[in-house]
Design a protein around this ligand. Structure first.
Ligand code: AMO
Length: 437
């Protein structure tokens, strides 16, 4: 087929990612592409620092090319055909002598933020220009790490026999029964955004036994803290034939594997962030709610049995229990309707939270699988069983005993990267004030 020049597809191929180049390729012709991080004229030469997602290289331009890049703004996108050669530079092990320079896209000047990070931008300006912020190596490191974290979690759960599923995010009735639901008009009906996959994941144990989901969920809470978002990513699991202490072990394995994976596989990212990720000490401590209340008592904080642990209490506990620990056996009145009581002490429940210091990372437990008990609990909590008909009917189809948990991925990322504000570890965070970009 004879295509006219204008119809022919532009050749945009590169021969190498910059990260795959090395000094041993001396004399080899390569085609690389990326964005211009820096440009320095030095007599008849121009030095161009070119970055792609894998690394940074020095390009030397002589002759015609010098004119081409004379007025080129930083962050513009170019493709360079050239030869790998030795360099006198102290910052680079080799350089590319440019033979052909193609300017593919021009960046404006000034840009809304300095993506090199030489000029500090505040978080709001960075989030408003998030795509550009990803050219900052610190920011890029966070999201490369997040990718590794997701891979590690998937691997651990798949290895343990869990099947990855996708449940609906547009739902007809509240899954957790709470008031913090976003409602939306669904044609002529009322619908909501899912707060969690709770009811679906429980139902799925009927046929798939062990399931997990990694997805966005929604909470209509006007919380202005560094740990709350209105849209957050949750890692959820549910398994039949497991009690709460079994799924606690799964959770510990997931978390420890994440740290080990990142320690080994994210060397550059740790450097960029100035952190050293280390495998946490195991097993994580398990503190019962009653023990926690007693410890708080010694600190002069007196709680009645069944009182919730408020932020200030968790902060005090966090001072005494640094790092990861499980808070187990919560009073049943503090837990959602689906949580199973402790048979030997029905005021308590087979439930847990995973804490990192003061921060709650996950909660979970054994679930009620007896439909009559579940109906009773719904009524006790002021909920109407008739709104849960679709869920309850599954409990008559041979519902196995089951347990599970939900882990806040954004909070885990903030612990791992040692960055307090979850907005930093989410690409386009949503909070009560932020709906754009
Ligand atoms: P819970 O409501 O405790 O439990 O949520 C589980 C975990 O999700 C994270 N999380 C949040 N992260 C950021 N912003 C928010 N607004 C937010 N809300 C929750 C936290 C929290 O520990 N269905 C149960 C889980 C289960 O029992 O399986 C649930 O949703 O890290």
């Amino acid at each position: 087929m004879n295509l006219k020049e204008s119809e022919r597809q532009l050749d945009l191929k590169r021969t190498h990612y910059i990260g795959n180049l090395n000094a041993s390729l001396k004399g080899q012709k390569v085609v690389i592409g990326g964005w211009v991080e820096d440009l320095r004229e030095l007599g008849k030469l121009t030095f161009l620092t070119l970055r792609d997602v894998t690394g940074v290289a020095q390009v030397v331009i002589i002759g015609e090319g010098v004119k081409q890049v004379k007025d080129l703004n930083r962050q513009s996108v170019v493709r360079v055909t050239g030869t790998v050669q030795e360099t006198k530079s102290r910052d680079f092990p080799f350089e590319i002598k440019s033979e052909k320079m193609e300017i593919l896209s021009r960046a404006v000047h000034p840009l809304p933020i300095d993506p090199i990070g030489r000029l500090e931008s505040n978080i709001d300006n960075r989030l408003n220009a998030r795509a550009l912020d990803l050219r900052n190596q610190k920011t890029a490191a966070i999201f490369k790490m997040r990718h590794h974290v997701l891979q590690s979690i998937r691997k651990t759960l798949v290895d343990l026999g869990f099947i990855e599923v996708n449940t609906p995010k547009i739902i007809g009735s509240a899954s957790e029964g709470g008031a913090n639901l976003f409602s939306l008009k669904y044609f002529d009906k009322q619908a909501y955004l899912a707060q969690s996959p709770q009811l679906y994941k429980e139902q799925l144990t009927i046929g798939l036994e062990r399931v997990f989901e990694i997805a966005s969920f929604y909470r209509a809470e006007k919380s202005h803290t560094v740990r709350h978002l209105t849209e957050f990513t949750s890692v959820d699991i549910e398994s039949d034939f497991m009690d709460y202490l079994d799924v606690i072990e799964v959770l510990e394995t997931v978390v420890v594997n994440v740290f080990e994976h990142v320690e080994k596989n994210c060397i550059e990212e740790q450097k960029a962030l100035g952190i050293n990720v280390r495998r946490p000490v195991t097993p994580f401590e398990r503190l019962t709610y009653e023990e926690a209340v007693e410890e708080l008592g010694h600190e002069g904080i007196h709680l009645g049995s069944g009182d919730d642990l408020l932020d200030s209490h968790l902060r005090k506990l966090g001072e005494m229990h640094k790092g990861f620990y499980f808070l187990i056996d919560w009073p049943i009145n503090l837990k959602p309707f689906y949580i199973h009581e402790k048979e030997d002490d029905p005021a308590l429940s087979r439930s847990f939270d995973l804490q990192y210091g003061y921060l709650e990372l996950s909660s979970g437990g054994r679930r009620l699988h007896d439909p009559n008990k579940l109906k009773e609990r719904l009524i006790e909590q002021g909920l109407n069983p008739s709104q849960f008909t679709d869920h309850l009917k599954a409990f008559d189809w041979g519902m196995p005993p089951h347990s599970g948990w939900g882990l806040g991925l954004d909070r885990l990322m903030s612990i791992l990267t040692q960055i307090d504000n979850v907005r930093e570890v989410v690409l386009y965070p949503r909070d009560p004030e932020r709906l754009f970009p």
